[in-house]
Design a protein around this ligand. Structure first.
Ligand SMILES: [Zn+2]
Length: 104
């Protein structure tokens, strides 16, 4: 639980500022760890939804794969999506991810 540095009020988990005085209270920097990359953002969004239902906050980062390798002109520019989760939930998230990928 966090306490406002100005007025000592309790700050809700998801809040970025103090509800009492408005003091900016950035969330604790949690180290985010990447999970196994997913072939598209669509999968990543699905996994994110499941993880968030379990209370694991996550962020998706997508890399544009360079089209420079597709010299035949037919390959579209693809994306690779990587989900980042808090380090302490990493193992749990990987397990969920693997279970989901088994069903895709
Ligand atoms: Zn405050």
């Amino acid at each position: 639980m966090r306490i406002c540095s100005r007025c000592r009020a309790e700050i809700p988990q998801q809040a970025d500022r103090c509800p009492e005085c408005g003091q900016a209270c950035p969330r604790e920097k949690v180290k985010m760890t990447p999970l196994h990359p997913l072939p598209s953002r669509m999968y990543a969004e699905m996994v994110k939804e499941v993880l968030e239902k379990r209370g694991i906050s996550c962020i998706i980062k997508t890399d544009l794969l360079s089209s420079a390798f597709g010299s035949d002109g037919t390959s579209a520019v693809g994306t690779r999506a990587v989900i980042y989760v808090p380090e302490d939930r990493c193992q749990e998230s990987e397990e969920i991810l693997h279970q989901m990928l088994d069903h895709i």
